[in-house]
Design a protein around this ligand. Structure first.
Ligand SMILES: Cc1ncc(C[n+]2csc(CCOP(=O)(O)OP(=O)(O)O)c2C)c(N)n1
Ligand SMILES: [Mg+2]
Length: 556
């Protein structure tokens, strides 16, 4: 698997000064950075930019939504499956705050989302007159969920700001970036230099001494164990990781965000349930591109007699939860490639442990299959979805279960809201994923609660011909909350029952195919039919209460 390919930028422009509006300057810079899709919702402060986008319609597709939360979720979904930047465009103040949960989710999941937003008139910023959509300290606010935030107030300042924005998006830990431009600046005309070098992907330099030390420890390990996470997804690390794990016959445990980096069909990919059995026996533990936490964000214990090696692109992350004996700040793919080369020079190929890992996985499967009806529905969805299919998860019972069990076969095909646990993320992030990968079937897994956050966007799916398949597991409840109230709070049920629409009528009203299925087998059949059409479809699955998967599996 090769590294993520960034969008092809315009050819290098040394210096090209032209008279143009701020809106045109922004569009020209987006084009230079290869942006061809924007998820946005217009408003008066953005008129100068939308006018320029109108004139650039052949180059940039604008997908407009019914609420700004969808613009950010879609940009995130798009970024996660393509590895390219996802771009959202929202009015300032309420529009930006509507998008904020999506940006916070992208922040949690290291997703390179560029948020373009407006401002009030430049001469009134900070005055507090109460202009339309005015929110004091808007830029400061965005810094809670943006690794970089900047404002341009003249057309000629826009290219520099955009070079910086893309530099941030393409260096270090990828996280959202926000830029804001006032409405008078979008309309103002100025002499703008669109030239200058494009910000390319920047990688930290690899510390070869640390690689050598790590290689020595791994080559001498009796019982090496590897943990991987989301940092592996975009770095094209699959090949080196598999080569290294195979050479050492080291089992690999992938976090939820790391799933798919190696296929679950590989014997060495043993699943999170194997952690308990394998970690105590390990003598050298290699942790790559993951926070290295347990199912309840608990710290995973490493004893002093075990050697911990960590690879992370974020120098803060590398010590946050566990200090490593050997720490390597680097891109996961580059570090693993370097590590493999060194280990290959030191270690002989080891005897296959495939039988041992197959037995371990079979025992895990047995435990998992006892969790019903989640296991049966999960298997039905996997059976209907081709190997390259993309799954976008929500905060719902089936997703909690699937996070542990659902087999994933390819990188960047397994998407979750990460530690932000954002209810309402799934359906629209899945729409963004389908826009980014129109060739792949996209499955959106929702509960009735989460789906209710964004179901107005069914209209967006139909209008923009986004052919994803959306499943809603309907238990007429914020089921997770209700179960906690019933089991842990002595039956104090409050605010957790839901009155839902008739989903078949809803699908009909929005103009898409609707299905209602009551069994795993019927779900599989409906999914297969829906994927064949490549058009948006909504499948309701009425369900009853489900058991807590973590308690059932002894994870919490
Ligand atoms: C934005 C947001 N608000 C509230 C919550 C708290 N929360 C977590 S799960 C849940 C219930 C989800 O209900 P549903 O989507 O129907 O899934 P179910 O548990 O019923 O399968 C709630 C309210 C959250 N995670 N995110
Ligand atoms: Mg529910």
């Amino acid at each position: 698997m090769s590294s993520t390919v960034l969008a092809k930028p315009d050819p290098q422009l040394d210096s090209e000064v032209r008279s143009m509006t701020g809106g045109q300057a922004m569009v020209a810079m987006l084009k230079r950075y290869g942006v061809d899709t924007i998820f946005g919702l217009p408003g008066v402060q953005l008129d100068g930019l939308f006018a320029a986008l109108h004139d650039a319609a052949d180059d940039i597709r604008v997908i407009h939504t019914r609420h700004e939360q969808a613009t950010a979720y879609m940009a995130d979904g798009y970024a996660r499956v393509t590895g390219r930047e996802g771009v959202c465009l929202v009015v300032p103040g309420p529009g930006l705050m509507n998008a904020a949960a999506g940006l916070a989710t992208a922040y949690a999941c290291n997703s390179p989302v560029l948020c373009l937003t407006g401002q009030i008139r430049s001469d009134l910023i900070g005055v507090g007159r109460g202009m339309l959509h005015e929110v004091p300290f808007q830029l400061e606010m965005t810094r809670s969920f943006s690794k970089f935030a900047e404002r341009a107030t003249t057309p000629d300042a826009i290219p520099g700001m955009m070079h910086q924005a893309f530099h941030q998006l393409r260096s270090g830990r990828p996280r959202p970036v926000t830029v804001e431009v006032p409405p008078d600046t979008f309309f103002a005309t100025g002499d703008v230099d669109l030239g200058g070098p494009i910000s390319e992907r920047v990688y930290p330099e690899i510390d070869e001494d640390a690689i050598a030390q790590a290689a020595k420890a791994l080559a001498g390990a009796r019982n090496p164990l590897i943990y991987g996470g989301g940092g592996l997804q975009r770095s094209g690390a699959s090949e080196s990781l598999l080569a290294l794990a195979s050479l050492l016959q080291a089992p690999v445990i992938l976090s939820s965000n790391g799933r798919g980096v190696l296929s679950d069909r590989e014997d060495l990919v043993v699943g999170t349930l194997s952690d308990k059995a394998l970690r105590p026996q390990a003598d050298v533990i290699l942790v790559v591109g993951t926070r290295f936490l347990g199912a309840a964000s608990d710290t995973l214990e490493v004893r002093s007699d075990q050697t911990l090696i960590r690879i992370d692109i974020d120098p803060q992350e590398i010590t946050r939860n566990q200090s490593a004996d050997i720490a390597i700040v680097a891109d996961a793919g580059q570090a693993l490639a370097a590590l493999y080369d060194r280990v290959a020079g030191l270690a002989d190929r080891r005897e296959s442990r495939a039988d041992e890992f197959r037995a371990l996985k079979a025992a895990n499967r047995k435990r998992l299959e006892a969790v019903q009806p989640q296991a049966a529905y999960s298997q039905a969805m996997r059976a209907a979805l081709p190997d390259d299919g993309i799954v976008v998860n929500e905060m719902t019972q089936l997703s909690y279960y699937a996070r542990i069990e659902f087999p994933v076969y390819q990188p960047m095909t397994w998407i979750t809201p990460g530690y932000q646990g954002t209810l309402g993320y799934g359906f629209t992030a899945a729409m963004g994923a389908k826009v980014g990968r129109p060739d792949a079937p996209v499955l959106s897994i929702n509960g009735d609660g989460g789906f209710g956050f964004t179901l107005n966007e069914l209209s967006t799916a139909v209008q923009h011909k986004i052919g994803l398949v959306t499943v809603v597991f309907n238990d007429s409840a914020y089921g997770n909350v209700r179960r906690i109230q019933q089991v842990d709070l002595g039956g104090k049920e409050i605010a957790s029952d839901l009155l839902n629409p008739d989903y078949l009528k809803l699908a009909d009203a929005f103009g898409l195919a609707g299905y209602r299925v009551e069994t795993p087998a019927a779900l599989q059949t409906a999914l297969e039919a829906a994927f064949k059409t490549d058009e948006p479809a909504l499948i309701e699955v009425p369900v009853g209460p489900m058991p807590d998967p973590w308690k059932s599996l002894g994870l919490r």
